[in-house]
Ligand binder design. Structure first.
Ligand code: F6P
Length: 343
């Protein structure tokens, strides 16, 4: 087969490991040929691609980012998009199947194309861990490890100055990164979009810790909104497409904590550092297994399906399950973490 690969949506450590394993498995097991579409769906729609050889994927599992580049182009919203044009491009360049690697938006596009007769399979990716269609995606473990390391560093400088330290992490809609990195770093408060907590409660946790002579660490997901505080939303601002803007809530919270408690407080917004750099060993393995599974799915002509992790097994899931809403942090998981807040 001649297979096209594309990476779409926000990048994520492990994308290159998927590309590498799909290509190597295809060449070694089936004698396949590969092309890489540049800049996500845009490359497929415009026929902008490059051949990928075995040589091109050498050593790629350890590299962050994506050698193909990525964009947020949607296959149906591009002026030249749509199934007819895509099918035409594939025919013109002799491409038998497309492996689309991306998050919810990408997989939604892939599902629609598959329903419209385009031979597409998917690989899920997101550092946010918010896709219901898989237990975990690659990138999440790397983000946790980066955020935990950053918080360990905030703890030592915070202790030296007896300050309260606030760390803002990614998570527009769900708080998995905040919950896991906060637990790993022993945070005294973790604030996530799924759970309403008011400022009085946050300040109480901070004061409890500070009164013991310790430096409070507060972890806040970018999508968190304090209970009953519309000012927070105004403070955060939004992107043109309505997404909360990164780097607002941590700063806002820092000011309010300092104002109310009188404790000197500093904010650090980790931002895209959480998405950059090399993937952890766990993420390399998961991404490698996803790439091989997607390649097998293409050979099985399982169009409209994707690779998924269930327990420790890599299985096949219908792409429709990726569109079944976001995987929020369950209330019990938050309550469990909360036992260790404050005090
Ligand atoms: O990859 C998902 C995500 O990391 C979100 O948590 C974050 O809000 C967003 O990407 C940032 O996206 P962009 O790079 O487009 O600003």
């Amino acid at each position: 087969m001649r297979i096209g690969l594309l990476t779409s949506g926000g990048d994520c450590p492990g994308l290159n490991a998927v590309i590498r394993s799909a290509v190597l498995h295809g060449i070694k097991s089936y004698g396949d040929e590969f092309v890489g579409f540049k800049g996500g769906w845009r490359g497929l729609i415009e026929g902008d691609y490059t051949e990928i050889t075995r040589h091109d994927v050498r050593g790629l599992a350890r590299e962050g980012g994506t050698i193909l580049g990525t964009s947020r182009t949607h296959p149906y919203n591009h002026p030249k998009g749509g199934p007819e044009n895509i099918a035409k491009q594939m025919k013109r360049h002799d491409i038998d199947a497309v492996i689309a690697i991306g998050g919810e938006g990408t997989l939604a596009g892939a599902k629609r194309l598959a329903d419209d007769g385009v031979p597409v399979v998917g690989v899920p990716k997101t550092i946010d861990n918010d896709l219901k269609a898989t237990d975990y995606t690659f990138g999440f473990d790397t983000a946790i490890s980066i955020a935990t390391d950053a918080m360990d560093r905030l703890r030592t400088t915070g202790e030296s100055h007896h300050r309260c330290m606030v760390a803002e992490v990614m998570g527009r809609h769900v708080g998995w990164i905040a919950l896991h990195s906060g637990m790993a770093a022993g945070a005294h408060a973790i604030l996530i979009p799924e759970q309403k907590v008011d400022l009085d409660q946050v300040c109480e946790w901070v004061e409890q810790v500070h009164s013991r002579g310790r430096s409070p660490l507060v972890v806040v997901a970018e999508g968190f909104i304090p209970e009953g505080d519309d000012e927070a939303l105004a403070g955060k601002g939004h992107e043109a497409d309505g997404r909360p803007r990164l780097g607002g809530i941590g700063e806002w919270l820092t000011g309010r904590i300092e104002e109310r408690t009188g404790i000197e407080t500093r904010n650090t917004t980790l931002g895209h550092i959480q998405r950059g750099g090399n993937p952890t060993g766990y993420d390399r393995v998961l991404a490698t297994r996803f790439g091989m599974k997607a390649l097998d799915l293409a050979h099985e002509k399982a169009w409209g399906h994707m690779a998924s992790l269930r327990g420790t097994e890599i299985v096949q899931e219908d792409l429709a399950s990726a569109l079944d809403g976001l995987k929020a942090v369950p209330a019990e998981r938050y309550e469990e973490a909360k036992i260790l807040f404050g005090r």
